[in-house]
Ligand binder design. Structure first.
Ligand code: AN0
Ligand code: CP
Length: 318
């Protein structure tokens, strides 16, 4: 595997899920395949789970790990080609990326949507520079449009907790004070459809996701109607995708907060969120603390999804 952005990069999804189950039961079964191989993890943005779980996954495989927070201690990077670099940016990404590639065997990159230009974000301009110029396999640790390690962990979690072969999964928008990327809901929708689940996406008008990701899901503006009979409720905030409001917060309507009253509409659904979560904006204290909340096992499965992905990348190194 040379890149990891989409479920198709894993090939047969059922096979990948079986491998995840096997790795979860035998976490150190492959603790020598990464010997003398180095994973470089590049963070342009903050992280708790991705940072820790991906390092742990690399260590499970016997790899060496280097972590770089680009904005804390490295030179400030220019990302536009053709600019006269007379400002505060000391180095260009076009030199930095191949240099980074020279110290490692695989590279993970966290680079959130900037919300300056939708085409730049949706062409994954920064991640593509790593893919094209690092000379190494590259995996997204949440890039502008996708968060595949999260969605794979979410899928593993649903497989572990589902009570029917084809559960009803609801992805619901929920309020948040700041503009957040669409990467998590994009990938969640993409992976749920790829897994063949019955997916409904609920959001206020104006929050339609890019159809490349939401295709195959049922979409509604009525959260209460969406929640009827749900087996899994996945809450997430995102900013608007559609022009001319790309990257904007159009609503902070607290009637979309996932509360006990909302969960009572479901089929005793499990509650999920990728974390970090703002309590009593996205979800009430009682719902996130309830026995039906899967947020902690879901985060724990990030180690498993990352171990499967790194294992496949290491196996493909010549
Ligand atoms: C990020 C987001 O919504 O994409 C990361 C989630 C994994 N969340 C925040 O920035 C709060
Ligand atoms: N869910 C997730 O990716 O969390 P972090 O932003 O803390 O890595």
């Amino acid at each position: 595997m040379r890149t990891f952005l989409h479920p198709a990069d894993l090939g047969d999804l059922q096979g990948a899920l079986q491998e995840a189950q096997h790795i979860k039961a035998n976490r150190f079964a492959y603790d020598t395949i990464g010997r003398n191989k180095t994973a470089l993890l590049i963070f342009f943005n903050n992280s708790l789970r991705t940072r820790l779980s991906t390092q742990k996954a690399a260590m499970n495989l016997g790899m060496n790990v280097i972590v770089l927070d680009v904005n804390q201690g490295a030179w400030k990077l220019e990302t536009e080609r053709g600019v006269i670099m007379d400002g505060d940016k000391s180095e260009h990404l076009l030199e930095a990326v191949p240099v980074m590639g020279s110290y490692c065997d695989v590279i993970g990159v966290r680079t959130f949507a900037r919300f300056e230009n939708r085409d730049d974000d949706y062409s994954e301009r920064i991640l593509q520079q790593f893919i094209q110029h690092s000379g190494r396999p590259v995996f997204s640790m949440e890039s502008a449009t996708v968060h595949p390690l999260q969605a794979f962990a979410d899928l593993i979690t649903i497989e572990e907790h589902k009570r029917t072969a084809k559960p009803k999964v609801v992805l619901t928008w929920a309020p948040h004070p700041k503009a957040l990327p669409q990467a998590v809901p994009n990938s969640f929708a993409e992976w749920m459809v790829a897994a063949g689940y019955d997916l409904t996406i609920a959001h206020p008008e104006g929050y339609e996701l890019c159809e490349d990701f939401s295709r195959g899901a049922r979409i509604t503006y009525d959260q209460d109607e969406a929640l009827q009979g749900a087996d899994f409720v996945y809450a997430k905030n995102w900013a608007a995708y559609r022009a001319p409001h790309y990257g904007q917060v159009l609503s902070k309507d607290l009637s979309w907060t996932v509360s006990q009253e909302k969960m009572a509409l479901t089929n005793d659904a499990a509650f999920m969120h990728c974390l970090p979560v703002r309590r009593n904006m996205i979800v009430t204290d009682d719902v996130i603390e309830s026995p039906r909340s899967l947020v902690i096992p879901e985060a724990a499965n990030r180690e498993i999804s990352a171990t499967v992905v790194l294992k496949r990348m290491v196996e493909a190194l010549s």
